[in-house]
Design a binder for this molecule. Structure first.
Ligand SMILES: [Zn+2]
Ligand SMILES: [Zn+2]
Length: 347
């Protein structure tokens, strides 16, 4: 099979290489990849701006069909449609034992497409059976390939953001995560979801409105975004703000958009220190959450939301290409012309 491998540290060093087909160990399943999504993390690895241990086949957002299972595997069988998180947690460290498997501290941890485990940008991959989830009926394999980012959003929005029915929620950044957060906030009963972005996001705003956003705001537009949000909330501000743009300035805006005693959730890292006035947290008595990755329960919830059509990720799939066109996929992401690029052929 051919796999897109990060061969060494440094910028680039990506090669589509001929590799041996993987063989499942006793507790592993061999999966034929149906669809695999390009993620910002893959771009960061290309640019040498993320944690990874080369050589490794990239790709951690995928769906696939089980083709073979190891002798100890009882939870999956050949023919099953499956997805899995990227990280194989140990179940033994303090974080795992206290329910924070997303922050497992085991040093030999396997992370698909990043460290010690070849990922899904290849025809086959192997994963330990205990992290596999079955794809429910009614969810297509292309949709299931977006379960990984959706599970991250489910953890951020459902587990970590107190949203009550009727609430006004502001989502900053109409990228993959922000658009998914919009859908999840709606599924939780938010009365109004307002998506903010910049002028160049106009085409993303169209998608945001199509998938349920009640209002979109260009923060670089003529009218002050704070005034618009105040007008939408009887002068009070949003009940919750979900920061999904990664921009440092958006944190400052989040403190302005949110109401007194409201909540701000940071979805994703900034990657650099920010010079931010923290006094609004004190003066407005705000609460805040940071969130990282997924818990096993995030996957159960995600797949239920997908199968009951409480969320619809299909409008977020803007490009479908073959793995042989990987350079085009990276270019689409780097030039911000895509929401989600899927590899759907691995010849
Ligand atoms: Zn990802
Ligand atoms: Zn652990």
């Amino acid at each position: 099979m051919r796999g897109l491998m990060k061969t060494a540290r440094g910028f680039g060093n990506l090669e589509l290489l001929e590799l041996d087909d993987p063989i499942p160990k006793r507790d592993e399943v061999l999966i034929e990849v149906a669809a695999a999504g390009l993620c910002g993390t893959d771009i960061h690895i290309k640019h040498d701006q993320a944690f990874y241990t080369p050589p490794v086949v990239l790709g951690h957002e995928y769906s696939g069909t089980v083709v073979e299972v190891g002798s100890d595997v009882t939870s999956a069988q050949a023919g099953d449609s499956v997805v899995s998180p990227a990280t194989a947690y140990c179940g033994k460290c303090h974080q795992c034992k206290t329910g924070h498997m997303n922050r497992c501290t085991a040093e030999d941890k396997r992370i698909l497409g990043t460290s010690r485990a070849n990922g899904a940008f290849a025809r086959y991959l192997v994963v330990p059976d205990y992290i596999v989830h079955q794809v429910p009926k009614g969810v297509t394999m292309e949709e299931a390939a977006l379960a990984e980012p959706m599970a991250c959003v489910v953890h951020s929005v459902i587990d970590k953001t107190p949203i009550c029915p009727g609430d006004v929620v502001v989502v900053q950044g109409p990228g993959t995560m922000g658009l998914m957060a919009t859908q999840v906030a709606k599924a939780m009963g938010a009365g109004k979801v307002i998506v903010t972005g910049v002028t160049s996001d106009e085409w993303r705003f169209d998608i945001a409105r199509r998938i349920g956003a009640d209002l979109t705001i260009d923060v670089q537009g003529q009218e002050s975004p704070i005034d618009i949000i105040k007008a939408e909330t009887d002068g009070r501000g949003a009940d919750a703000v979900i920061e999904a743009s990664g921009a440092c300035v958006a944190c400052t805006q989040a403190f302005e958009f949110v109401k007194v005693a409201g909540h701000v959730t940071l979805l994703g890292v900034r990657g650099r220190p920010a010079d931010i006035d923290l006094d609004p947290i004190v003066v407005k008595e705000l609460t805040m959450s940071g969130t990282w990755g997924t818990l096993p329960s995030s996957w159960v919830t995600t797949l239920r939301l997908m199968s009951t059509h409480k969320v619809d990720v299909s409008p977020l799939i803007t490009h479908r290409i073959s793995l042989s066109e990987w350079e085009k996929g990276f270019e689409l992401m780097e030039s911000q012309k895509a929401i989600k690029v899927l590899f759907i052929s691995f010849e």
